[in-house]
Design a protein around this ligand. Structure first.
Ligand code: A3P
Length: 324
């Protein structure tokens, strides 16, 4: 079977990927366009593998976000909500703090399917908690629609998402000894939709539409709302995940404990975040925590840049009621 997987990757690498349109990469040499979206050099293979071989189960919980929109935070929240009876959220040795958030909820196309040997998702017991940045339309058919798995999406205003991404990529490129990607160049690419898993807006719209069609299956959240009223959203999340918070739990302070465990402070200072490396050490756990604030983009972007993003967003989100 290993041989077969190797053959599959050889096919992607030698036959398919070289034929795809490509653009300047953010984290590797190129971004490749596969089914209307852009992916980094090795990630595109992971995405193809996910599409052809991942077998979703109805009990799966899939966290599907646009990059830099609060994935790490939400991974922590989902894991601690689902596992709150076996792991007390106030325990000092909670798996989120010891094993680390990305072990608790790995990225399909990044951690499991990108490097050989391939991670075996079949051996995981249900409910599997998995994460992805892949657009809705590209998920395997059985993950989508009324009989698909539970999908949680989170987005964020494009200004802050872009700035967060640029900082992340700058750190990554430094470690990988790649030349700097200037803010202006990254901004132009991002505005044209050429960013990893982009166009940024299209990815969000895909999940928004799905959440309108299948509200029981797709929960659509926004980083800024979560920051404003985290307690409300944790309860909403628990309900969506089929494990509503009981009155007794609320009185016991379970929601507050979960929020404290998953706070920026707690997650970024956990030992695993200080020391933990995974996926070859790039990025490290630390790189997923920067400021965790709303509105930091105003410190970096010019008024013109902000206006340009607003204009694009207005056009893209026209008729949806979505506001930044
Ligand atoms: P900033 O770069 O604006 O600080 P992702 O997890 O999708 O990669 O997103 C990363 C962004 O979420 C970063 O934003 C990071 O600081 C922020 N973040 C990480 N953990 C967080 C938490 N527990 N609470 C709030 N924000 C968090």
């Amino acid at each position: 079977e290993e041989k077969q997987v190797e053959e599959t990757y050889k096919r992607y690498r030698q036959l398919i990927v070289p034929t795809l349109p490509r653009q300047k990469g953010w984290m590797s040499e190129h971004l490749y366009m596969h089914q209307d979206y852009w992916f980094e050099t090795t990630i595109v293979e992971g995405v193809m593998y996910l599409q052809e071989h991942f077998k979703p189960r109805p009990a799966d919980v899939l966290l599907a976000t646009a990059p830099k929109c609060g994935t790490t935070w939400l991974k922590g929240l989902i894991f601690s909500i689902i596992n709150r009876t076996c792991y007390n959220a106030s325990a000092k040795d909670h798996p989120l703090l010891t094993a680390g958030v990305h072990e608790c909820m790995p990225f399909l196309e990044v951690h499991l399917f990108t490097d050989l040997p391939i991670g075996d998702t079949e051996i995981l017991s249900s409910p599997r908690l998995l994460s992805t940045h892949v657009p809705y339309a590209m998920l395997p058919e059985s993950a989508r629609g009324p009989n698909g798995c539970r999908i949680v999406h989170m987005w964020r205003n494009p200004r802050d998402a872009f700035v967060s991404f640029w900082h992340f990529v700058t750190g990554w490129r430094r470690k990988a000894q790649l030349s700097e990607l200037s803010l202006c160049e990254a901004f132009d690419l991002f505005s044209q939709g050429v960013s990893p898993y982009g166009p940024f807006w299209d990815q969000i719209l895909g999940y928004w539409k799905a959440s309108q069609e299948y509200p029981d299956k797709v929960l659509f959240l926004k980083y800024e709302d979560m920051k404003r009223d985290p307690k409300h959203l944790v309860k909403k999340l628990a309900e969506f995940l089929g494990q509503p918070v009981t009155v007794e739990e609320e009185e016991r302070g379970v929601v507050d404990e979960i929020l404290a465990l998953c706070s920026f402070e707690s997650m970024s200072k956990a030992e695993v975040a200080e020391k933990g490396n995974f996926h070859g050490g790039r990025p490290s756990y630390k790189d997923f925590f920067r400021k965790g604030e709303v509105g930091d983009s105003k410190n970096l972007l010019t008024d013109d840049m902000i206006r340009r993003l607003e204009e694009i967003t207005k056009v893209k989100f026209n008729g949806t009621g979505l506001e930044i």
